[in-house]
Write a new protein. Structure first.
Length: 406
């Protein structure tokens, strides 16, 4: 049988790597990582350090020419990369071994410092500016570890991939927390349990129906936060008050605004909400199904539960509508920043790549003064690969300013 021809890999040249000076905003923060992973290296034989590995990760995320771990190894041989990033030539073995030595938790402190440096976000929907709590969408996304055919043939508990449990600040358009678990969704790895363990104070959690759990609602309220969560329409709700709808609420599609308690008073099997619950029903636009069997789209109304009793009903509906931004971020993370291709299958390696992707998002915001978008990321990639110069990048940013002021 003739040998299958493989597509030759493009050799990476010095001229393919530009724009490394923009990484200067974050490289000094990486210096504190230098000693991690060197505790057992008494002889001083280690050549690839944690700060250098993270710098190479950012190079992978911003330069479309570097598409694999082998490409990253080849880039480490370039004199420009070694000079700008302070990285030595690294072997594939060193890059693969690094994820088992370095601690991904140390990157969380750097993420926190970068978040504090972000400028105040430009006003988006002014109706959300007066909220007293930080509007935070929470959801999980899957990272597949094996190709789909292999996944179907050898699906076991350990082959289901990984899940990133993400907290996303809606008004600033940035992720503030990501936790990695296996994708089985069992016991402590399911979405409800993961959120319960990391609840913060003074946040308004916007959740989809996967987080519908009365005990979680109580935990959020006890933590000093609030929630807006989609629930099933057929759950028992004991109504105590039906509020009249304002013109603004009716124009926003609100059908009902009720105050009462969730759950049957006769049921003793589960924990019920220990606080007053507001149940808001919103008319939604049906969307036709795109694939599979052709049928009409779902026409049921959207029902959300919240403990926010004083916020106008149309604002609560608007808050849940903005939950979709976290889905757009997941698309940005996987398709744009390259996290659909994992450089490592080790849990620590996936965490490091994920945190570096979050740092890349924050770096885009620091460079541009705005939340990261596909167009801006593409322009930065053109700049980092030498297809655009600094004037092209600045013209793009100036056009964004003009567009926002119109």
């Amino acid at each position: 049988m003739a040998k299958k021809k493989t597509k030759p890999t493009k050799n990476i040249q010095d001229s393919d790597i530009t724009g490394l000076k923009y990484l200067d905003r974050v490289l000094p923060l990486f210096k504190r990582l230098r000693s991690n992973g060197t505790e057992r290296d008494k002889a001083g034989n280690r050549e690839l350090f944690y700060d250098q590995y993270c710098a190479l990760q950012l190079l992978y995320l911003f330069n479309p020419i570097v598409t694999s771990l082998r490409g990253l190894q080849q880039a480490s041989e370039l004199k420009k990369v070694q000079r700008k990033l302070g990285c030595p030539r690294s072997s594939l073995g060193s890059l693969s071994e690094a994820v088992r030595v370095f601690d991904p938790e140390l990157l969380k402190e750097i993420l926190g410092e970068l978040i504090e440096k972000l400028p105040a976000p430009p006003p988006q929907d002014r109706r959300l500016q007066d909220l007293s709590q930080t509007l935070t969408a929470v959801d999980g996304t899957l990272l597949k570890k094996l190709p789909q055919i292999t996944q179907a043939c050898f699906s076991t508990r350990h082959d289901k991939g990984w899940q990133l449990h993400t907290h996303f600040e809606i008004l600033r358009g940035i992720p503030v927390r990501m936790d990695l678990t296996d994708a089985t969704g069992k016991k402590e790895t399911n979405e409800k349990s993961m959120l319960t363990k990391v609840l913060d104070k003074d946040r308004c959690y916007v959740l989809d129906r996967a987080y519908e759990k009365y005990a979680l609602f109580n935990a959020i309220v006890n933590a000093g936060s609030s929630y807006v969560c989609r629930i099933r329409a057929d759950h028992i709700f004991v109504e105590e008050e039906s509020r009249a709808l304002t013109e603004e609420a009716e124009s926003a599609g609100v059908l009902q605004d009720q105050i009462g308690h969730l759950g049957s008073p006769k049921s003793q099997r589960i924990e019920h909400p220990d606080h007053t619950v507001r149940r808001i029903t919103v008319r939604v636009t049906p969307h036709p199904k795109r694939g599979g069997r052709r049928r009409e789209g779902a026409t049921q109304d959207l029902v959300v539960a919240t403990n926010l009793l004083d916020v106008p009903a149309e604002i609560v509906a608007l808050m849940y509508q903005h939950r979709w931004q976290i889905e757009l971020f997941f698309r940005f993370l996987k398709h744009v920043l390259g996290c659909r291709h994992l450089l490592s299958q080790h849990p620590q390696g996936i965490q490091i790549q994920t945190y570096c992707a979050m740092i890349a998002c924050l770096l885009i915001s620091l460079i541009t003064g705005r939340k990261p978008t596909l167009r801006t990321y593409e322009m930065l990639c053109f700049y980092f690969s030498g297809l655009a110069d600094e004037d092209d990048l600045m013209n793009h940013l100036n056009r964004l300013q003009i567009h926002e002021t119109i």
